[in-house]
Design a protein. Sequence first.
Length: 370
Amino acid sequence: MPRIGIVGGGVIGWSCAHHLLELEPRADVTVFERLPSAGQGSTGRAAGGVRAQFSTPINIALSQYSIQKFETMPEIGFRQLGYLFVTASEARAESLRSIADLQKQHGVEVELLDRTEISAFAPYLFSDDLLAGAFAKKDGFLDPFAVCTWFEKSARSGGARARNGVEVVAIDAHTIQTADDSSGWDCVIVAAGHQTSALLDLPIKPEVHQLALTEPIAGLPNDLPMVVDLDTSFHFRREGNGLLIGFDDHSLAHPQNESSHPPAFDPKFLERLAEPSLHRLPLLSEARFDARKCWAGFYAQTPDHHAVIGSLNGVVTASGFGGHGIMHSPAAGRASAEIVLRGRCETFDLHPLRPTRFQEDDLIVERMVI
């Protein structure tokens, strides 16, 4: 009976626990989490987007596997209303077309749109300057915390245990060291998000992202997709009767020594959001925001915008998802469980995600990043 310790009680850690017990019901699995309960870190602060519209085969594969899993989980509120990407840049329009060709080769049902088609499909957008768009109907969004809860309940029902409120200070292939004790394991999995680099020599950095929630807006379409302006990263989706809005604000920084604490929402974010958002979505001129209903969270970012899944000095890691942890959590859990129990991942070709790629200077950069 293998004994496996998992560091990180967010959606990736609990997905690993679920998949380990799915493959080996006799496994002895314990999840270590520094916060009082599961999903209270970056997981609970995510926007919940799910898409297969990526620019590399591995990210597409992770998404397709995960989407199929989400479709079987009614408890998570998965709404497949699609993702609509738009651009007013000729260079990005050409890139969008070439990426769509790759996506179609890998089975993604993506449709390219011209300006007239975008205007008809999304009349709420200012589209006079748009050159191209791409829409995939199986993409969508869900409740991030509900996904984590689903994996946690499943794993616990299979016998997994949790040690919450415990700070892990060091690990190796067979040991987890906390501030209070040390325990031995047949295998250790690190799924600690942006804090993974404190335990393993990996270039995973915290990057602050803000989300703003509007007050109710009259007349929003019920079938509103996730909309992304590739030129500015401004993106939005429906949340209740309002909109949940994001924007990659490069003016924000977060000191490395504070990365263990949830970042606070910066009210100035709304000022910086105004120009790109009002241009693309004029109806926001009538929208109201309450900063108390807005929040910030960390992306666990790598230099090539790909996750790190594999074995490093005997430790299995599943981290560095750069904002894609929720949407790729089923695939990440499956891949990690196969590495632990079978010695290799059989479901995916994880070569592009191997931990050693940074030292080897062999990176393939994901271009469809929000």
